[in-house]
Write a protein that binds this ligand. Sequence first.
Ligand SMILES: [Ca+2]
Ligand SMILES: [Ca+2]
Length: 315
Amino acid sequence: MIRLVLTTPVLGLLSVLGVLAGPAHASTLKPTWSSSSSAPIADGVSYDAVNLGDGKGASAWFEGAEGSGLNEWVQADLGGDKAVAGFTIWSGWWYTASQWTHYSRPKTLQVEFSDGTTQEFTLQDSYAPQSFDLSSAKKSSTMKFKIKSAFTSDAYADTAISEIQVRDTAKSSAAAVRSMSASTTFPADGDGNYEAKNVHDGMLDTVWCEGNPTGDGTGDWLEFSFASNQSIASLDLRNGNAYNFGVFMKSNRTTAATLTFGDGSTTAIVVKDTLTSQKIAFPAHTTDRVRLSFDTVKRGSEYNDLCVAEASFSP
Ligand SMILES: [Ca+2]
Ligand SMILES: [Ca+2]
């Protein structure tokens, strides 16, 4: 399945999140991004640092210096002092899994805080989000990520970072997810994987898609197991592949679903066929798990597979 609208690359040129409850449960900040340099806009595609915080793997910052851009940097302005707990990085260009090897990936990143102190982080050369916790929370209003070394690409020298999520010590309002399961899962391909964990990584173009070879997603389900009993009363959903409208229209979306709670009770919900964020309220339940079963589906124009970009439960 083609995850994205593929165009010719114009530059001319998952540490795996093993413990879901950690990073996903922390509160993610909304920094303003700047950089020492960036590759020039080409064919209408921007490689600006703003791409580091747009929730899309396919959009990336590319340094604009010679070679692999050693000592080039991006800076997150956190909007005042925050208690920074850590960050998660999608290193390299996550346009597709097969494109990822064609550009350099940061290996060592030096992070400088607003008091001038620095910490160094060594990344794996892995097509997976990598999550780092600071040894202790750090009060800072900025984080500057400087490329100190890079993994060599098989094609172009330019170094890319697709996304950086910075989290503070505040708890997210969303129920912490311990594990996910799904009725079926579409097999990984050259575009990436379609696993259930993709629905709570904060990324609009990483999705769960059902893998039933004949079905349209009707009867398929996603199940969320929480770290503890949670009172939940709303579902925050990004239906379909929420990368953009064109991609959204291609795959199936759900239009009605049933929630089944740990005690076996159920609630029917109506879902909008929209790629924008929607919050679906239901009578509060205290439960350690909930299954989201898809009852009706709107067919996509190209792929007969149901996809969900993001889903979380809140009080
Ligand atoms: Ca991005
Ligand atoms: Ca996602």
